[in-house]
Each structure stands twice: as structure tokens, then as C-alpha cells.
Design a protein around this ligand. Sequence first.
Ligand code: NAD
Ligand code: 0WE
Length: 256
Amino acid sequence: MSLLAGKIGVVFGVANKRSIAWAIAQAWQKAGATLAFTYQGERLKENVEELVGTFGPDTLLIPCDVTKDEDIDRVFSELRQKFGKLDLLLHSVAFAPKDALEGRFVNTSREAFRISHDVSAYSLVALARGAAPLMTNGGSIVAMTYYGAEKVIPHYNVMGVAKAALEASTRYLANDLGPSKIRVNCISAGPMNTLAARGIAGFLDMLKHYEAHAPLKRNVLPDELGATGTFLASDGAAAITGQVLYVDCGYQIMGM
Ligand code: NAD
Ligand code: 0WE
């Protein structure tokens, strides 16, 4: 079943094979989409080149630091040149300075607050603005979020505040872009053992906590995020916009 046959997509946020972006990209490609990728910078170039190479030698791969307007502009002008249109965009990008994820939230510096919001929330607005003129047949924009946006998760700190801004931005973008048949949604994933989670103190205990307390008594698998990403990108989700979908084995419904 080729749910995404003929669709063109661009994926932001692949760092390595464990990246959530990679799981969703693989699912999109299996569903028939043609994909382009961006990577953050030289540090990740080789890694991402190797992964993306498995999609065929002429897969478009463009550097993009989402804090740079000129990088973003270049991505969409290259997409316009190569494909002339766009149907899908995945935003799977987040960053907060490490020390902001360690101490108390009350100590968040102005600079750490600014950087985390710029990379993790404003970037969705900038990418949606770049993508919209290319989404001439409508489109689907999907962003990754986390439960720390709505409840306090120890040490998630300023990232939780940035995710709250990302989720609110999703709703405002959905309203602006809805008349153009462009849908904007978030997937709120349960904790995943990726590069972004590595080195977070107590992360393995957190995976155990979810296993014990989520209704499904386990953690989320990458393929399951891929399947939800494919659903949101497909016409099956044609009437869904501005939403946060929890793909967390049910953890979010629990009160105790
Ligand atoms: P990851 O480290 O594989 O992906 C994060 C990506 O952000 C990397 O590819 C990195 O290069 C990119 N990035 C950071 N700063 C950037 C910049 N300035 N410009 C361009 N790209 C930049 O980790 P992941 O867990 O796959 O994270 C992907 C998304 O999923 C993030 O939004 C994260 O908040 C979200 N998420 C993760 C989890 C989890 O437990 N891992 C749970 C829910 C949501
Ligand atoms: O969104 C995230 C993590 C995003 C992230 C990770 C890092 C680590 C390295 C953003 N910035 C940085 N900066 C770095 O220097 N997640 C949902 C995963 C995550 O991170 C946590 C979590 C969970 C879950 C941090 C503290 C507590 C829980």
C-alpha cells in the first residue's frame, strides 16, 4: 500500500541511525515518498551522507543550521529547483545548552532560554514559512514534541518551555496555513534512547519508569513513530490539524 506515492518530503533532524527523524524518514520512503534531507553541520555530514546514501545516490542532502535564515532560504530554493513542489516536512530538531538541562529551571540564563527557543520552537515557524509556497497541493508538516511541554519533568527545564512554544506554534500555524490545505501537527513521543537522550542523567531510569507506569507497560519503538508519521502525512489524516498526538504507550493519560 503506497500511502505517500508521488509525495515529495523534506526531513530536518537526522543525526544518526537512532534519530527519530530517521525512523520517520524510512517509513515515509517505504510508503512511496521521495525525500530530501538536511543536516546541522559538517560534524554530522559524513554520518548522514552514509545513511541517506541508502535511499539512492541522487538523494538531495543540504546543510542547514535552523538558526540561520540564509541556510533555510537555500534549502527551499534547492527544493524548488529540484522538485518544483513539496508535500511533506518533518521537524525533528531540538537543542538546549547542556547546563540548562542539569540544574534548576529557575537558574535558566537569558542566553540558554533564547537558544533553546530559537532552535527548538522558532525554527518550526521559519520552516513552515519557507515550505508553504511550495506546498501548492496542500501539505503535511509534522514536528516532534515531548510531554515535558505540559507537565514538569525533572531536568527537562527550559526544553519543556520551548516545547510548549512549539505546540502553541503548531496551532497558530495550523490556523494560518489551513486555508492552503497545509496541516500542521505534533507527535509527542515517549522517551527514546537517541543521541539527544544520551548523557541525560537518569535517562535509563526514566525508560524503566515509563515501562512500569504506561498502560501498555513498555516503551515506544522507532517503527511506531514511523507509522504515526506516515499516518499524519497521509490523506487518512486530511481532517487533522493543529493537534498533538501522543505516541507514548498511553503514559500521558495517567494521573497516578
Ligand atoms: P537526535 O539527536 O537524533 O535529533 C536531534 C536533531 O536536532 C539532530 O539531528 C541535530 O542535528 C538537530 N539540531 C540541533 N540543533 C540544530 C540546529 N541549530 N540546526 C539544525 N539541526 C539542529 O535526537 P532525537 O531524540 O531523534 O530528537 C528529535 C526530536 O524528537 C527533537 O525535537 C526531540 O525534542 C524530540 N523528542 C525526543 C524524544 C526522546 O526521548 N529522544 C522524545 C520526544 C520528543
Ligand atoms: O527533547 C528531548 C531532548 C532534547 C535535547 C537534548 C540535549 C542533550 C545534549 C535538547 N538539548 C540537548 N542539549 C545537549 O547538550 N527529549 C524529549 C529527550 C529528553 O531529554 C531530557 C529528558 C528527555 C525525555 C532531559 C531531561 C529530562 C528528560
